[in-house]
Design a binder for this molecule. Structure first.
Ligand code: AMP
Ligand code: GLY
Length: 428
């Protein structure tokens, strides 16, 4: 089999890694890929939004399955383009990827089908949003740009002044572009956050093991929101009881709701959950693997991932038994100092050879490229260092140990990824 992966980050490196372990796969292409992916796949210099060129490539090279890792092409309709040309592709069509592409859509869906989520109102008019905020809101309040905004279109406002500034930023100054044409104003929730990724074939859903992300740039969850500074899996807060509740009231109801709306979802649904005092609620949906959630979930998956993806495409997921190792994984992101604001790129990275033949240790490339035979930094998030262990504590120790194997002059990381594990233990 020949497989084409679309994307260029740590998530796509983890996907290429899992795909490379499937015996039926003889060749992997990745567009556009990165320096780490190039060790497993042939990187192709086509951008993720160049749908026709990607489809031409898949056709010319007789690609059997294309796997789309990123949200932008999914929301933009890459799957529809591939399908219209008779090419097999894993991911939701445009009319289903809207689950991630429009927060107003997903909130209305949850309301209509009684799926637990925070109370909210949608606004197209900044004046109306301001009027609403001035009359009836409890603070903090959450403002969300409707569309895709690299995970940055969410503002938590502690008082009216901050909220007024937020409306201006999102709807008037268009800080997140057209993503801010519509805005959601949402009730602020408190609790533990958990990410649950799932495979979906239009009607059946199979959830993967849980994970937790650390979105803020600095230790202690301080600093700006980022794409994700590290993850661990499983989450000790995602108990059997929570799982049962979510299976019954959130997961299957979401898949059924999409089917009822004439938007059957095939691919990955990522449930961003908040475990509140009133029970689990949906914070957000994504239509693809999380990054860096994939980097801790995929190394623990026992199944042949291509088989599972094909079952999603064919509508036979009910015949798959998803299985995960009874262990744990932690991923620490090595970023460029200054991320997510301003940082230098093009800095040589050393130490990759330390990962050779080390079972249970992974160095996933996020923002790297090759320059004059040397791998250099090429982004804010540079590498994701994942390690497994028999439990979270061991995985965390191993992952932090492995972060020392890599050096580059502006290397930056959080030192408290998975610290919540200690808390969970002391509460037991
Ligand atoms: P989202 O992109 O919707 O997941 O939002 C990004 C982050 O903002 C989430 O991971 C939460 O930490 C936070 N957030 C979003 N919505 C809420 C909410 N209603 N209450 C509290 N925090 C929220
Ligand atoms: N790690 C969060 C995301 O992928 O959206």
């Amino acid at each position: 089999m020949k497989v084409l992966v679309v994307g260029s980050g740590g998530r796509e490196h983890a996907l290429c890694f899992s795909i490379s372990r499937c015996p039926e796969v003889e060749k992997i292409y990745c567009a556009p890929g990165n320096a780490g992916i190039a060790q497993l796949a042939q990187c192709v210099d086509i951008g993720a939004m160049e749908f026709d060129r990607l489809a031409d490539f898949a056709e010319e090279n007789k690609v059997d399955l294309t796997v789309v890792g990123m949200d932008d092409p999914l929301v933009g309709g890459i799957v529809d383009v591939f399908e219209s040309r008779g090419l097999r592709v894993f991911g939701p069509r445009k009319n289903a990827a809207i689950l991630e592409g429009s927060k107003a859509f997903s909130k209305d869906l949850m309301k209509k089908y009684n799926i637990p989520t925070a109370a909210y109102e949608n606004f197209q008019d900044p004046e109306k949003a301001l009027k609403y905020l001035r009359t009836q809101v409890k603070f903090p309040v959450v403002l969300k740009a409707d569309g895709l905004a690299l995970g940055k279109g969410v503002l938590i406002c502690n008082n009216l002044k901050e909220a007024e500034d937020g409306v201006k930023e999102i709807m008037e100054d268009k800080k997140f572009g057209s993503a801010g044409n519509t805005m959601v104003i949402e009730e602020f929730m408190t609790g533990r956050e958990v990410s649950v990724l799932s495979f979906v074939d239009g009607k059946t859903i199979k959830t993967m093991t849980s994970a937790q992300d650390h979105k803020r740039a600095q230790d202690g969850d301080k600093g700006l929101n980022t794409g994700g500074m590290g993850t661990f899996s499983p989450s000790p807060f995602y108990t059997e009881e929570v799982d049962q509740f979510c299976q019954k009231y959130i997961y299957q109801p979401t898949v059924d709701a999409m089917a009822s709306e004439g938007r059957p979802f095939k691919g990955i649904i990522f449930f961003g959950l908040m475990l509140t005092e009133d029970g689990p609620k949906v914070l957000e949906y994504n239509a693809r693997f999380g990054d860096p959630e994939a980097q801790v979930v995929l190394p623990r998956m026992k199944n042949n991932i291509v088989e599972v993806m094909e079952a999603c495409v064919d509508g036979t997921l009910d015949q798959i038994d998803l299985q995960f190792e009874d262990n744990a994984a932690v991923c620490v992101v090595l970023a460029s100092e200054g991320y997510p604001v301003k940082y230098e790129k093009g800095i040589p990275i050393h130490g990759f050879e330390n990962f050779k033949n080390k079972e249970g240790y992974y160095c996933f490339h996020a923002g790297t490229k090759e320059k004059d035979g040397q791998i250099v930094t090429n982004g804010g998030r540079v590498l994701g260092i994942t390690a497994t262990g028999k439990d979270l504590k061991e995985a965390r120790k191993n992952a932090y140990e492995a972060t020392e194997w890599i050096s580059f002059s502006n290397k930056y990381m959080r030192h408290d990824i998975g610290k919540a594990i200690d808390e969970a233990e002391s509460n037991c």
